[in-house]
Design a protein around this ligand. Structure first.
Ligand code: 4AD
Ligand code: MG
Length: 429
């Protein structure tokens, strides 16, 4: 019977069949070891001369890294084996013998590995990071589904900009043109008026001509939007959400995080409530360490690190200047120069993982903002309708999946947090 390596604990003492790829093999006289990889785990398979099929013992010398094989044997507990079980192997069939697998245990440069991303995914650390990503994505869905949110899929082809015109990807749409979505937010606002609590979760696109460790051209974002929630309720939802993702992931993906050598003590304390810092206060903190920072500007990565280094858990910065935020951000009624916005900065210098806030619900003010941003009123006619027909206070945010995976895994660059990253200057493979 074919069994997956992760299920071996249920088959101790039984004869099973394993199918997979050679991770490593070595011989010493009468005993040969094959470390098998099947995508669900690693298992040491031991061939003893005299106990296994003599043909298998002969074939063993042909094994090369990543050759595909099937084999049979009996499962036994073995503390020293990865996963805690090993196979007393009997047979061995080589499905495909590999010559010159390009990725060897020696050091390879990043460019080489990125060109071989389709194979690099098989490596232990890459495998671990993508499994953590999977857990994070499952926890995102469970969090919102468990709280009565309705999933509203936002379109990918859009008629206009949501997050500024400088990073739009333009594409032909028959005789017209369209843009790839930068954010599903505007559609979630329509969804919130129809369903109360909604979220979308999909790929988003930004033509950012920057090579940084935080920027992808195509990234995944989850965007909840809640009717009748203000900025403060929005921050409460965001902190409960981030606590849930982190705590569930470190519980369910301990093995993978161990492979990635993540210091879990830095994540265990990620519990709500998170500190909240007003933009003006943040400026004072930053200027003490970076005197060149100009009050009114957006933060650079080092400025974010100055703020986050003061705390053991993520920190909100709220009330950014209206002038540096998107057109849809609500102005503070007490001071229109400040917006009802919030960013969440992760710990350990990982920077902004969430951006969001309360939306402008006053038609006149919104129309003015669309003009100020030199956007076309006609493109936003449908969006303005939400203020014409039963306008309502509402808030939401977007969490970038890859930056969250990088932070939880402790990876220095987002390129390892998504199976096939699209970067400035790379869309292969
Ligand atoms: O701050 P941003 O641009 O906010 C929005 O798009 C809002 N419309 C979301 C909302 O309120 N519904 O992006 C939100 C998050 C960032 O905090 C970051 O985590 C991620 O999306 N992000 C990126 N991740 C990887 N590569 C990029 N180029 C990213 N741009 C934003
Ligand atoms: Mg942002």
């Amino acid at each position: 019977m074919h069994v997956y390596i992760e299920d071996l604990s249920k088959h101790v003492g039984e004869k099973v069949e394993l199918k997979g790829w050679v991770y490593n093999s070595r011989s010493s006289g009468k005993i040969k070891f094959l470390l098998l990889r099947d995508g669900t785990g690693l298992c040491q398979c031991v061939y003893f001369k005299g106990e296994c099929n003599p043909e298998a013992f002969e074939k063993f010398q042909d094994l090369t890294q990543e050759s595909s094989v099937t084999l049979t044997g009996t499962v036994r507990e073995e503390k020293r084996s990865p996963g805690g079980f090993e196979l007393g192997a009997e047979s061995l069939e080589i499905l495909h013998r590999v010559e010159d697998y390009p990725i060897t245990p020696k050091e390879h440069g990043t460019d080489f590995l990125m060109n071989h991303r389709h194979l690099w995914l098989r490596s232990k650390r890459q495998h671990a990071a993508i499994r953590v990503r999977h857990e994070i994505i499952s926890s995102i869905r469970d969090f919102f589904n468990g709280r009565g949110f309705t999933l509203i899929d936002a379109p990918i082809f859009t008629p206009s900009a949501c997050e500024g015109t400088s990073t739009l990807f333009e594409t032909k749409y028959f005789d017209d043109k369209a843009y790839l979505s930068q954010s599903g937010q505007l559609y979630m606002e329509a969804g919130a008026a129809a369903f109360g609590k909604v979220y979308c979760f999909g790929p988003t696109f930004r033509a950012e001509k920057s090579k940084t460790r935080r920027h992808l051209i195509e990234f995944w974002m989850v965007e909840p939007e809640v009717a009748f929630a203000d900025l403060y309720q929005n921050m409460e939802l965001a902190e409960q959400f981030v606590e849930y993702i982190v705590q569930r992931t470190i519980k369910n993906r301990e093995e993978e995080l161990k492979v990635l050598e993540r210091d879990l003590s830095k994540l265990e304390c990620v519990k709500a409530p998170f500190p909240r810092v007003h933009y003006n206060e943040a400026v004072q903190i930053i200027q003490k360490e970076n005197p060149n920072f100009v009050d009114g500007d957006d933060f650079g990565a080092p400025d974010e690190t100055i703020i986050s280094s003061k705390h053991d858990r993520p920190v909100f910065v709220h009330h950014f200047p209206t002038a540096i935020k998107a057109f849809y951000m609500k102005q503070d009624e007490k001071n229109p120069a400040e917006s009802m916005s919030c960013d969440l900065l992760a710990t350990e210098g990982y920077g902004e993982i969430i951006g969001g806030g309360q939306r402008e619900d006053n038609l006149e003010l919104l129309t003015g903002r669309i003009d100020e941003h030199k956007l076309n009123q006609d493109d936003f006619k449908w969006y303005s309708d939400l203020r014409r027909y039963g306008t309502f206070p509402h808030s939401g945010f977007g969490l970038g999946v890859e930056r969250t995976v990088a932070w939880i895994c402790g990876l220095p660059h987002v390129r390892e947090t998504i199976p096939f990253p699209r970067l400035y200057g790379r869309h292969y493979p």
